[in-house]
Design a protein around this ligand. Sequence first.
Ligand SMILES: C[S@@+](CC[C@H](N)C(=O)[O-])C[C@H]1O[C@@H](n2cnc3c(N)ncnc32)[C@H](O)[C@@H]1O
Length: 292
Amino acid sequence: MGTAGLRPLSPCPGHRAHARSMPGPSLRFEPIAPSLKQERETLCRILGCAAFGVAAGPVSGAVPRRPATPARSGLPRVRRRDTPAGMTDDASAARWDGRYDRDDYLFGEAPAAFVERQAHRLMPGDRVLAVADGEGRNSVWLAGQGFRVTAFDASARGLEKARALAASKGANVDFHLAGVEAWDWAATPYDAVAAIYIQFAGPALRDRIFAGLDTALRPGGLLLLHGFAPRQVGYGTGGPPCAENMYTLELLRTAFPGYDILHQADYDAVVEAGPGHNGLAAMIDFVARKPA
Ligand SMILES: C[S@@+](CC[C@H](N)C(=O)[O-])C[C@H]1O[C@@H](n2cnc3c(N)ncnc32)[C@H](O)[C@@H]1O
């Protein structure tokens, strides 16, 4: 297992063994100035948190939209009329299409470090559902490890790039263009569900998604949940500028009662995940097993 994309803040920078185990004790930073905090919260209320998937961070500048030609992989482009029905905010998919409409991978081609660190808990051949999988970095890596992976996302452009990534790695992923709002969570019982940086959802939609994750897991199935902690809003290195979309460990423990918590952590680390997620980030890990 590697540790690509994650460099824990610790007295031993670059110490890979340390990174492999767990980021050390949380490092706390100065709280953001009240005026800036108020400004962000006001913005949140006016625009709605779902308006943001990536905050004004070090995402590189405007990338020219690609012409409507086949993808470099030769795979057909997913047509916009395939946008999943039932999304509460289809414009969100269009925004993500815009972000992903670039030649490189916004969050890189390597999986989130959390996924790499926690995948040892899966069994060979496990069926894994990757929720809001974006450009496929997590699903493709998981499929490459021998798991049977289904992935979905609301962004047609993201899906197109995910398919291209899978093709380039020789990985087999069952991809679907779908919003969380319309996904049939009960259709297939999964051995594991991975939900990585899905904080486009405010509290109401998040409750529905969490219920869906629970439904999708078979009894005894593994929940792999990873995202930002509320203080991330002050860091400006990714995620929506809306603290209410973020996770706390208490929130997650409450959301999944009866689950056997195998790993939980609230920590700061430097993330290097493509141009879209780069720098100091406040993160939450939550790995828990559904009651059998
Ligand atoms: C921050 S990205 C994370 C992508 C991926 N999980 C990863 O770690 O690279 C958030 C993803 O959520 C997707 N998304 C936004 N709204 C959605 C919705 N209503 N249903 C499904 N996916 C959605 C976006 O298209 C985007 O790919």
